[in-house]
Design a protein around this ligand. Sequence first.
Ligand code: ADP
Ligand code: MG
Length: 268
Amino acid sequence: MKIWAVANQKGGVGKTTTTVTLAGLLAARGHATLMVDTDPQGSLTAYFGLDPDNLEHSLYSLFREPMPDPAVLVRATQVERLYLLPASTALATLDRQLGARSGMGRVITRALTPLASRFEFALIDCSPQLGILLVNALAACEQLVIPVQTEFLALKGLERMQHTLTMIQRSQRKSLPCTIVPTLFDRRTKASVECLTYLREHYAERVWRSFIPVDTQFREASKAGVPLTNLAPNARGVQAYSELLDALLGVDSGNGSGETSLATEMAR
Ligand code: ADP
Ligand code: MG
């Protein structure tokens, strides 16, 4: 099972949308895929029609007591091959309750181990707060996706995330490949264009060579409770995420150095 985490220490940058869309694409391509909601806000959980305020069994259960079979927490979605391990808002109390208890940094890693034969991919939607849940997600994953809204205020979240990553990599002695994904890109706004240029200048090859455009259909999909892949497979947003997925899977036709110029992309 390949485990990816989608993280940024800022809200509203497209983490949940990235998780849902990449997971929807993986399922559509034939892969059994598990989405794990680790955000106490429970947006991913709510996206699929569950109420994070009223869940008897959720990720929270795993932190309260070790579970012999974490599979009981997994829910099917309306979409074939797409599954969800939901969050409950009670997760917000974890740091206060258990923060200091040892062995809490690998709860998600341990829970995913017995699920490895059932799912080809697990995508973890992260909390924007630096705490036990984010530490768990970063410990469990082998690849990190950092969506960054193309707007200057959002760069602060990226800086924080880079800092956290350095810290975690040092303490866990692992190196985590990470891909910065410019999101909510609107070529008509100066802020979007300048921000994308800034990202490329300062983060170089860590930035995915394309971007996710603003696409209002993402909102329609969240209302419908399915990935946009299922609602409008040809939407601009889906096509951009499909290219991103190829890049993350390493089946990208480009070699990174052959990046398209900003002008060419924007003319699309
Ligand atoms: P996060 O999980 O980082 O808080 P979300 O994925 O929930 O961010 O996105 C925040 C809001 O922006 C949501 O309403 C979502 O539908 C919308 N959104 C995300 N990505 C796009 C996009 N590419 N185009 C248009 N709207 C988007
Ligand atoms: Mg979210």
